[in-house]
Ligand binder design. Structure first.
Ligand code: MCN
Length: 792
């Protein structure tokens, strides 16, 4: 039955095409387009004294070279500060092409356009830039020490500083029976999607319009940015996201310099131009994340209940801040997870360094927050000699306490209120899944055989489905096909499947008849984008609301045709019929014909299927005022605030006594994203997230040297886990529907990555009996920790 499609674990409909080479990614397009390449800074910090193009201009096939001097107003202006905040007192953004100072290796300085990429790279290599190197600021503590400045006019390298307080934490800690104080370090990592960024633009001189293909997570925002900077009406700019080979956050920065420059040059030259990012460019010229130092002070009672928590965060936001304070404010406000902290004080300082910019990467600040909170829970348990799970349970918000206001304010000024959840049940399920209660015996048995195994646990709560809005459009055509469109883009999340499931269920049609389009501003002009685990909540509800409009209209038209009350009708398998009477029926495709009085004249089948009926009111127009021809509907969903998903992970690891190699033996996840549209896709999202989290916990780091050179800017040197390093991920679900949206959905796309570092740190700690305060942890790190702790 089509109506049970919501919640079914059906297979992803997009996969056969993508797995058999049918995908059309950015670089598959514009094969004959001119190619762009960029001269980028080799210095982390330098003054540009001179740019000498003379050797490059004779390269055969060269079409144009642009420096900042060539860019007109608008195009050459500083890139926007996308989310300003009063705490961001010194927001600084870059220029599309650097003018006189470069502030990180990889910053673009010159754009070259040539017949093909080889020639463009050849010409770029011949361009001589004369630099005066300036002392770089690399590393959070160097930034905080402020002996050198990244921006001359930013004292102390401080871009933003914010304190939030709920109650009087310092006093509560002072009065607490137990107090602990410690420092945590989380290194930088990055999204590293399989496909880098890319943009391809063509100008239609006759129509004075621009078409831009971009490997983006936010096609509508790219359109707005390009239109604004090029001085074009938005109606003359189309932006299309083709298949996108992963984004994980890095493709939401809008606009990227290349996204402005390539369309601008395409218009200027009246030629098609394409730029495809290479891997090294992706490492040094896109964005990173994580990168924090945290100082924790916590007071608690004999049961391990928090009485006061005081966290000070130093956040590295790189050379510029297009996203303002979005990452550290997420860390600081969502750090509390499922716990009641007693009194809470959090303070963050966001610092400039001469490194690649920091923008949200899957999890966006939450992995750092969870690392802090869960390390704190483990520290408390160890201090009191209590069970780690019990300490957590003692601090949980209880199911009857929802909606629960943590007393904090988010970036948009709205209060942080958890809508629903059942954390005790989540813990119970997790402990059962991993076999928590019997693990002590296993650990001891392994020890007696010279093996070291340990278990760890970690929870998170994640605000998902952030606004301001998303829209959906549903149309039944006269062949009975249902076309669904929403403006946000897809990078592999399975949207073609889930939005079809929602619409098929709402409309009562077979899913095979439903076709979904995303990320195309020609189809949908108003949209926000795919990030912050928002698509299911935002577009899911929007397409459901649009489908309900279509269903109501279909029942009304069919009611007229069948001379039945619309309330007595239902749609099953694409046919409208009287409830309990399949003989009085009319196919939805015929309803679509009837919805368009002109189309009816050409449709013999529809004429046969329906009786000629004189209009009920011959004086009324065929299309009533306020009605529209066609069987289609559009609606928007705009939430009052985010909905809060939650989860708990547990892992068992083994550490090698000789080589310090860390192996994950088991990994278990219990996840709550409200009502699941498709459990198979949710699991896939969680698996992918956990794999990415394992990368962040054990392998990936941005190895900057003191001069600001990224030493591992290639997949030869930047370690990512292979499938062989990812264990089978055991998953169980909990569904506490969100009361905030019609479908009761919460997000799932980032969840998997969030607690992994905390969980693996805890498991390694348990196996080794040492303290793990920094992530990632490699065998080499573990070896040195052992030496320091004297356990080896
Ligand atoms: N889903 C569901 N039921 C729910 C919640 C979600 O069936 N209750 C499904 C959704 O319908 C969707 C998927 O799970 O197919 C993820 O949904 P959602 O949580 O809304 O996340 P988004 O679709 O908004 O995707 C964004 C999220 C983020 S923020 C990052 S980063 C990320 C991620 O998704 N980047 C990804 N997953 C990714 N997966 C791939 N393959 N590639 C990326 O770049």
């Amino acid at each position: 039955m089509t109506t049970s499609l919501f919640g079914e674990p059906i297979e992803r409909r997009e996969d056969p095409r993508l797995l058999t080479g049918g995908g059309r990614f950015l670089d598959d397009l514009g094969r004959d387009a001119l190619a762009a390449a960029f001269v980028r800074s080799p210095h982390a910090h330098a003054r540009i004294l001179d740019i000498d193009l003379s050797a490059a201009v004779d390269v055969e096939g060269l079409v144009a070279i642009y420096t900042w001097e060539d860019l007109p107003g608008g195009v050459g202006d500083p890139l926007p500060l996308l989310i300003p905040h009063p705490a961001m007192t010194h927001g600084r953004t870059g220029l599309p092409l650097a003018r006189d100072v470069v502030r990180h290796v990889g910053e673009p300085i010159v754009m070259v356009v040539a017949r093909d990429r080889y020639l463009a790279e050849d010409a770029a290599e011949l361009i001589r830039v004369d630099y005066e190197p300036l002392p770089p600021v690399v590393g959070i503590e160097n930034a905080a020490a402020a002996e050198r400045l990244v921006h001359e006019d930013v004292p102390g390298n401080v871009g933003a500083h914010l304190v939030q307080e709920v109650g009087a934490a310092p006093a509560a800690i002072e009065a607490a029976p137990h107090v602990l104080e410690f420092r945590l370090d989380i290194e930088r990592s990055a999204s590293t999607p399989l496909e880098g960024r890319g943009v391809y633009a063509r100008w239609d001189a006759a129509d004075e319009s621009l078409r831009v293909y971009s490997s983006t997570q936010t096609s509508t925002s790219v359109r707005m940015a390009v239109a604004a900077r090029l001085g074009l009406p938005p109606g003359k700019v189309e932006v299309i996201a083709p298949d996108v080979g992963g984004g994980f956050g890095v493709k939401i920065v809008h606009p990227w310099p290349e996204e402005v420059l390539v369309p601008w040059a395409a218009r200027l030259l009246d030629r098609e131009i394409k730029w495809t990012e290479d891997r090294r460019e992706h490492f040094v010229a896109s964005a990173h994340e994580r990168g924090q130092v945290q100082f924790v002070r916590v007071g608690f009672d004999d049961e391990g209940r928090l009485l006061g928590l005081d966290v000070r965060i130093l956040h590295d936001h790189g050379a510029y801040t297009p996203y303002g304070i979005i990452v550290p404010i997420i860390t600081s406000t969502q750090l509390l997870g499922p716990y009641k902290p007693g009194a809470y004080r959090v303070e963050f300082t966001s610092l400039y360094t001469n490194t690649v910019i920091v923008t949200p990467y899957r999890g966006a600040g939450r992995p750092q927050g969870v690392f802090c909170m869960e390390r704190t829970m483990d520290r408390i348990a160890r201090h009191l000699g209590r069970d780690r799970a019990q300490v957590r349970a003692a601090n949980f918000i209880q199911p009857e306490e929802f909606p629960y206001d943590q007393g904090l304010t988010f970036q948009d000024g709205r209060p942080l209120i958890y809508d629903s959840g059942d954390y005790p049940e989540m813990l119970r399920k997790t402990l059962a899944l991993i076999g928590w209660d019997s693990f002590a015996e296993l650990r001891e048995a392994a020890r007696s055989r010279g093996r070291r195994i340990g278990i760890g646990l970690g929870c998170y709560v994640e605000g998902t489905g952030v606004g301001p809005y998303e829209g959906g459009h549903v149309e039944v055509d006269t062949a009975g096909r249902v076309h669904v469109s929403t403006g946000l883009t897809s990078q592999g999340q399975g949207h073609q499947t889930v939005f079809a499931q929602i619409v098929a269920a709402e409309l009562g049609v077979p899913i095979e008849d439903v076709y979904v389009t995303t990320g195309d501003t020609r189809r949908f002009g108003y949209a926000v984008g795919t990030f912050a685990s928002r698509a299911a909540v935002m577009s899911g509800n929007a397409v459901a609301l649009a489908a309900r409009k279509v269903r109501d209209k279909a029942l009304r038209i069919a009611g007229d045709a069948l001379e039945a009350d619309p309330g007595d009708l239902q749609i099953t398998d694409g046919t409208v019929h009287v409830k309990g009477d399949a003989t009085a029926a009319i196919p939805l495709r015929t309803v679509a014909v009837l919805a368009n009085p002109l189309r009816y004249a050409f449709d013999a089948e529809a004429q046969r299927a329906t009786q000629f009926a004189a209009p009920a009111d011959p004086a009324a127009p065929p299309v009533a005022p306020g009605d529209e021809p066609g069987l289609e509907g559009r609606d928007y969903y705009s939430p009052v605030r985010s909905t809060f998903a939650a989860g708990m992970h547990a892992a068992v690891v083994e550490t090698d006594p000789d080589t310090a190699e860390i192996r994950i033996l088991r990994y278990a996840v219990v996840h709550d994203c409200g009502r699941m549209i498709n459990p198979r896709i949710v699991e896939g999202q969680i698996h992918g997230g956990v794999a990415q989290g394992i990368g962040g916990a054990l392998y990936e780091r941005m190895a900057y040297d003191p001069a600001g050179q990224l030493l591992n800017a290639s997949f030869m040197d930047f370690l990512m886990p292979y499938a062989t390093e990812i264990p089978r991920i055991e998953t169980d679900h909990l569904e506490t529907p969100s009361p905030l949206n019609p479908l009761g959905i919460k997000g799932a796309g980032e969840a998997g990555v969030i607690p992994v570092s905390a969980v693996l740190a805890a498991a390694i700690e348990d196996a080794e009996g040492i303290r793990v305060d920094a992530m990632p942890i490699s065998p080499d790190d573990l070896f040195h920790l052992r030496l320091r702790a004297g356990t080896d």
